[in-house]
Design a protein around this ligand. Structure first.
Ligand SMILES: *[C@@H]1O[C@H](CO)[C@@H](O)[C@H](O)[C@H]1NC(C)=O
Ligand SMILES: *[C@@H]1O[C@H](CO)[C@@H](O)[C@H](O)[C@H]1NC(C)=O
Ligand SMILES: *[C@@H]1O[C@H](CO)[C@@H](O)[C@H](O)[C@H]1NC(C)=O
Ligand SMILES: *[C@@H]1O[C@H](CO)[C@@H](O)[C@H](O)[C@H]1NC(C)=O
Length: 222
């Protein structure tokens, strides 16, 4: 009897061990990268050239929405005003974009939403939902794109897409051999760093949950 019980606990424990990496791998996503993929899929499906994923642009897109935080209206409109100089004087230095490589930002789309949306829904319901943003998405002269995303567990969540017509990938180069300056919040496309904020909370929650689980197991075994 006792032996059977022990067996079933061991089974539980092994299930948990098997499950843990699955849950963790899900939390290592970067929705900003997903949005770049969706943008490029949408363009190539329409025979438009795919856009180069620029981490420098992505990081500045993150800086943009980071500065807009708290300015999402009740009907999900971002109310932010910036000077053109903010890009070169604030966002670029905060990201570590090498100033001589600063290109031209030819278009931007920004949106917010009270609740978290999966990347495909964020694309269709927040970012590209009017003629103006659709024409930006379809511009043939663009060559580069960068996406930034930020949001805390309760929202609102902010997305920003920046476009450029810079030649190849010699524009918006990040210092420190492309690593740039580490960002504390949110995530951006072209970066290997997973999103912090939303995802991190899930990981913390999962850790607490799994520790409780292990303790309960140990106690019932004793
Ligand atoms: C956000 O809104 C506040 C209050 O309306 C305003 O003072 C502030 O300038 C806005 N922030 C930006 C970046 O536009
Ligand atoms: C595409 O973007 C370029 C650069 O911003 C602009 O001059 C041009 O008018 C745009 N083309 C269309 C079709 O919107
Ligand atoms: C591209 O995205 C727009 C906006 O969501 C959508 O209306 C259109 O059907 C998409 N095109 C393709 C080929 O996926
Ligand atoms: C970007 O740079 C990488 C390495 O420096 C190179 O392999 C790649 O072809 C470049 N992409 C474009 C579009 O120029």
């Amino acid at each position: 009897m006792m032996k059977n019980k022990l067996c079933s606990y061991e089974l539980h424990f092994f299930c948990y061990l098997l499950l843990a990496p699955l849950v963790f791998s899900h939390n290592h996503g970067n929705p900003a990268n997903d949005i770049v993929d969706i943008i490029n899929k949408n363009r190539t499906d329409r025979k438009l050239p795919s856009l180069n994923d620029s981490p420098g642009l992505g990081c500045m897109a993150l800086q943009y929405v980071e500065s807009c935080k708290g300015n999402c209206s009740d009907n999900n409109v971002v109310n932010c005003k910036f000077l053109d100089d903010d890009f070169t004087e604030v966002f670029a230095p905060n990201c570590g974009v090498e100033l001589p490589t600063f290109g031209t930002i030819t278009g931007h789309i920004v949106g917010c939403q009270r609740k978290y949306l999966e990347p495909s829904l964020a694309f269709s319901q927040v970012l590209v939902m009017d003629k103006n943003s659709l024409s930006l998405l379809s511009n043939k002269s663009y060559t580069e794109v960068g996406v930034g995303f930020v949001g805390v567990h309760k929202g609102p969540f902010f997305w920003c897409v920046l476009f450029s017509d810079g030649r190849s990938n010699s524009t918006f180069v990040l210092e420190n051999r492309g690593a740039g300056i580490e960002q504390k919040k949110g995530c951006y496309s072209g970066s290997s760093t997973p999103c912090s904020g939303v995802q991190k909370n899930n990981v913390v929650f999962f850790n607490i949950f799994s520790m409780c689980y292990v303790f309960i197991l140990l106690f019932t075994l004793l």
